[in-house]
Design a protein around this ligand. Structure first.
Ligand code: KG4
Ligand code: ZN
Length: 365
């Protein structure tokens, strides 16, 4: 490596409009020079979920500002960049189109190369950006829209070991919070309630643990919670604080057990085909949950595997991960043309069967 490489990344696949500048220095080290995220939570709050049309319009309005701020914070101009990377899917199609059109406009105006990035690859490569971990490694992506186990072998070389067949875990936390009248996003609220609850009071299912694979299911947990809640209301006319805390604790314990057991399976499957124990990395908003993190840490310690979780700002949607994933593609010689298309679905592992369903944050890949 003799020259530095500076990439602008754009992200607009869900409800965060983001731009970032990432640089690989001549010595090979990588630095985030800026990372701007405009979150749209206020625009969607009244609707209880992301409204695709509102999201797309807001992205189109904000992307220019994000790019300007990202360049300003990095103290750079467009002329200092080597390429423009943009999320080209999967996600809510209107938002993805906004980002791709903005990136094409910038590329056409500057003559810079254009690199389309898979949003999931952005998440999956983040541990390389933050911790410089080497390929191959085992990745658990857990967010409001995604849940999958991946073996990452290269910037465009992933094997999916399994994933959710219905809701993503963050979605289940959010629905649980809604059912119990707790604020959104539900994850932090449920975690806080669970801290004072008794996880053994109510029985929650542990879906799909009877199967040897790495597939997961979370929609049954939400149904179980709704039944328990309705039963309590029918019996006592309402929920006490303790009822709510115990329901949250029971729900969270089930998610922790399921993710823990499936992580063990993912490690076992990995070790059947690979000789060395891998580093295990987790990313996505749900990785903020301390009970989940602790269980994963314990399991990794039992297997003798290193465990890494990027800082939260880089676990959730951001453009630094897109710039970084674009950088790896760029370094591998990849370039996209003006025919780069926005893709609502774009599985990382093209050979594994498509996952079912479509989450609140768009199609599941
Ligand atoms: O990665 P993210 O910001 O957005 C996408 O889904 O792409 O993840 C947001 C999700 C929300 O569903 C939120 O409830 C969940 O992450 N979350 C948590 C916690 N903090 C955020 N879930 C469980 N425990 C938490 N502490
Ligand atoms: Zn994401």
């Amino acid at each position: 490596m003799t020259q530095s490489l500076t990439i602008l990344g754009l992200e607009s696949s869900c409800d965060d409009t983001a731009a970032a500048v990432v640089r690989r220095e001549a010595d090979g080290s990588v630095r985030i020079l800026s990372s701007i995220v405009f979150d749209q939570a206020d625009l969607h709050r009244a609707y209880g979920g992301v409204v695709p049309e509102i999201a797309a319009r807001a992205h189109a309005e904000k992307l220019d500002h994000c790019v300007r701020d990202a360049l300003q914070h990095a103290d750079l101009g467009l002329g200092d960049l080597d390429a423009i990377a943009v999320t080209a899917g999967p996600g809510l199609i209107g938002g993805v189109i906004s980002g791709v059109m903005c990136a094409k406009g910038l590329a056409a105006a500057t003559g810079l190369p254009l690199i389309g990035v898979n949003h999931l690859a952005g998440h999956a490569l983040t541990p390389r950006l933050t911790d410089a971990i080497a390929y191959p490694y085992l990745m658990l992506l857990v967010s409001g829209g995604h849940c999958q186990y991946l073996i990452a072998r290269g910037a465009e070389d992933f094997s999916r070991l399994g994933g959710t067949i219905d809701d993503a875990p963050g979605e289940a936390f959010d629905k649980t919070a809604r059912l119990l009248g707790l604020p959104q996003p539900g994850g932090p609220a449920v975690q806080q309630e669970a801290a004072s609850g008794d996880a053994r009071r109510f029985r929650f299912p542990r879906p799909l643990l009877d199967r040897d694979d790495c597939n997961l299911s979370f929609s049954g947990l939400k149904t179980a919670l709704m039944r328990l809640r309705d039963q309590l209301i029918a019996e006592k006319g309402g929920l006490t604080r303790q009822d709510r805390a115990d329901l949250c604790a029971g729900f969270q314990a089930a998610v922790v057990d399921v993710l823990g057991e499936k992580t063990k399976r993912a490690l076992q499957i990995y070790l059947q085909e690979n000789p060395a124990v891998p580093t295990v990395a987790v990313a996505g908003g749900v990785a903020a949950n301390t009970a989940i993190r602790h269980r994963l840490e314990t399991i990794c310690a039992d297997f003798g595997a290193a465990f890494t979780a990027p800082p939260l700002a880089l676990c959730t949607d951001n453009a630094a991960m897109i710039a970084y994933a674009g950088m790896e593609r760029f370094e591998a010689g990849a370039r996209d043309g003006m025919d780069l298309s926005a893709r609502p679905r774009w599985p990382l592992d093209q050979s594994s069967p498509a996952m079912l369903g479509s989450g609140k944050k768009g199609a599941k890949a």
